[in-house]
Write a protein that binds this ligand. Structure first.
Ligand SMILES: *[C@@H]1O[C@H](CO)[C@@H](O)[C@H](O)[C@H]1NC(C)=O
Ligand SMILES: *[C@@H]1O[C@H](CO)[C@@H](O)[C@H](O)[C@H]1NC(C)=O
Ligand SMILES: *[C@@H]1O[C@H](CO)[C@@H](O)[C@H](O)[C@H]1NC(C)=O
Ligand SMILES: *[C@@H]1O[C@H](CO)[C@@H](O)[C@H](O)[C@H]1NC(C)=O
Ligand SMILES: *[C@@H]1O[C@H](CO)[C@@H](O)[C@H](O)[C@H]1NC(C)=O
Length: 504
């Protein structure tokens, strides 16, 4: 009798757990099967009992100014619609050769509530010299976490983190930005998903010369999901740009004094000092309690040279025209003030704590005029431009031009590839039209709102050109065991490959 009561109790508790806590939606969809639920409208708010997370990076800090001793940060995306991750500490099992401890994380998310998957940082502190870090779920299931030591040194005290480039072809913007960064004392960390091969070779030369560090930004995959899932790529804000910027923050947190989160087409010309480091010191002297310096992006037009031999900073600056339109800013921060970030800034500090710099603005060169090729995007998104209204010092331009010529002349590789660089835009109008239809049209031009407002254009069709092969990032993907309430996935052994093409 007691036995039967116990059986009945077990049966009832299973029933209560399955049917009361997780009522069936009645759509016959079986969450225990590893099948994809397609939500092309990005508006299905279904909660999954086992949700999925993709881990981008795990860093260990022996001594962090802001995170403490033996700190660990996990940068990932999580499914914010299935579970409230800020309410769900992750259990980390850390072992060194003599000891073992269990730690729990504090989690924070950064970004829009309108995308299912959101950039997330989990922080905790472990023990000295960890050899392994594992995630442990509530049933004791474990997964080994690949981790790396966060950087303690960097090529410069100022790092510019450039959000991921895909189908990258506008090498002119890179050449402008990289020499400006060098002139003003910054190193650039550039994430790439895909890029025209000749442009990639150009970047490699700048990496060899110490101007930049290239990094791979990969597509998200759940290779062996073990339970139902929704693909993350169409359900994360803009290819998880915030994740890349947050990875860059966590990588250099202890290694630099300032981090600028810019796009390739956001160029800053300092106004009060000779270099960025002194410029930012000056700004923080004005507002010592600021959590970030926010630089508005003023739209600019310029004439884009079609070959590297035509490239002249004097001519480019001579052709720059300013628009009265200043778009939402990008920030420069002291890394101890930020534990995560979004595309523009972190949502964890009140708006008033950001120092909105009135001048200078970022010179935003999103829409250059081509010497060759058509100007169709100008018809789609109209803007007016007038004379240049930002301060760009002539001596800086002369020095930048000299550095450019020296670099160009001294590299055999650049001499070999320069005529293979694309002389007109191919992907820019395709991508621009797609982004416009998907997002800008209702965000800026007040057109009809699409269903579901996760800013994402993963379905954009990108045509391929055999005459301009592309280099794409790839990796070995791994899925951990089925865990409750979240299964984790990650990638290792990232590589560049010429076998994929030009895709997002
Ligand atoms: C960053 O995280 C650390 C460790 O949890 C905490 O002490 C610090 O206050 C956080 N900083 C910010 C700006 O949130
Ligand atoms: C998630 O939990 C946190 C902490 O309890 C709470 O502040 C936040 O409002 C919750 N978010 C949602 C979307 O419910
Ligand atoms: C392991 O961690 C403990 C606690 O932090 C520390 O006392 C010990 O020295 C560490 N062992 C090694 C080999 O580093
Ligand atoms: C630059 O623009 C600002 C704001 O639009 C305006 O007040 C200022 O007079 C302009 N300066 C020049 C030199 O055009
Ligand atoms: C680069 O080469 C060109 C053409 O040979 C020459 O005119 C120019 O002076 C050189 N510049 C530098 C900085 O080496």
């Amino acid at each position: 009798m007691a036995y039967n009561t116990k059986r009945l109790f077990i049966f009832l508790s299973v029933f209560v757990t399955v049917y009361v806590l997780f009522p069936s939606s009645g759509d016959g969809f079986d969450e225990s099967q590893p099948v994809e639920l397609v939500d092309s409208k990005r508006s299905n708010m279904r909660k999954f009992r086992t949700a999925h997370s993709f881990i981008n990076s795990v860093y260990y800090y022996k001594n962090s100014k802001s995170l403490g001793k033996n700190a660990v940060s996990i940068v990932m995306i999580t499914d914010q619609w299935s579970h409230n991750i800020t309410d769900l500490p992750i259990t980390i099992l850390a072992k060194n050769s003599t000891n073992q401890i269990t730690a729990t994380t504090r989690n924070q998310i950064d970004g829009m509530p309108t995308c299912r998957y959101i950039t997330t940082v989990a922080l905790t502190n472990v023990l000295d010299n960890p050899e392994t870090l594992e995630i442990q779920d509530e049933n004791g299931e474990v997964m080994l976490l690949p981790f790396q030591y966060a950087k303690t040194t960097a090529p410069s005290k100022v790092m510019i983190c450039i959000s991921p480039q895909f189908a990258a072809e506008q090498w002119q913007l890179f050449v402008m930005h990289v020499h400006a960064a060098k002139q003003f004392g910054a190193h650039m960390h550039i994430y790439i998903t895909s890029i025209i091969e000749s442009y990639y070779k150009l970047m490699l030369e700048y990496e060899k010369a110490g101007y930049i560090t290239l990094d791979k930004w990969i597509r998200i995959k759940f290779p062996d999901p073990k339970s139902a899932y929704i693909d993350a790529n169409p359900h994360v804000e803009w290819r998880n740009q915030a994740g890349a910027q947050t990875d860059c923050l966590m990588k250099y947190k202890e290694a630099v004094d300032y981090i600028a989160f810019f796009d390739m087409d956001d160029i800053l010309f300092p106004k009060f000092a000779m270099n960025y480091w002194e410029e930012f010191n000056y700004m923080y002297n004005v507002r010592p309690d600021a959590t970030a310096l926010s630089y508005g992006r003023r739209e600019h037009e310029f004439i884009k040279p079609s070959t590297l031999d035509e490239f002249s900073f004097m001519e480019i600056v001579g052709s720059l025209k300013s628009s009265p339109l200043v778009k939402s800013g990008k920030v420069v921060i002291r890394p101890e003030n930020y534990n995560s970030t979004w595309i523009h800034f972190t949502w964890h500090h009140p708006k008033q704590t950001r120092f909105e710099v009135e001048s200078p603005h970022l010179v935003h060169v999103q829409r250059p005029l081509q010497k060759n090729g058509n100007e169709n995007i100008k018809q789609l998104w109209k803007m007016t431009f007038d004379q240049l209204n930002e301060t760009i010092r002539e001596m800086d331009i002369v020095s930048i031009q000299l550095d450019f010529l020296t670099m160009k002349n001294s590299s055999h590789v650049i001499q070999e590839i320069k005529d293979g660089l694309p002389d007109s835009d191919f992907y820019l109008p395709v991508v621009f039209k797609c982004y416009y239809d998907r997002f800008y049209s209702w965000a800026f031009d007040k057109k009809e709102k699409p269903e579901g407002t996760c800013p994402n254009a993963d379905e954009c069709h990108l045509p391929q050109r055999p005459e301009y092969p592309c280099i794409h990032s790839d990796a070995s993907y791994f899925s951990g065991p089925k865990m409750t309430p979240i299964s984790y996935h990650y990638a290792t052994d990232m590589v560049w490959t010429d076998q994929i093409g030009c895709y997002q």
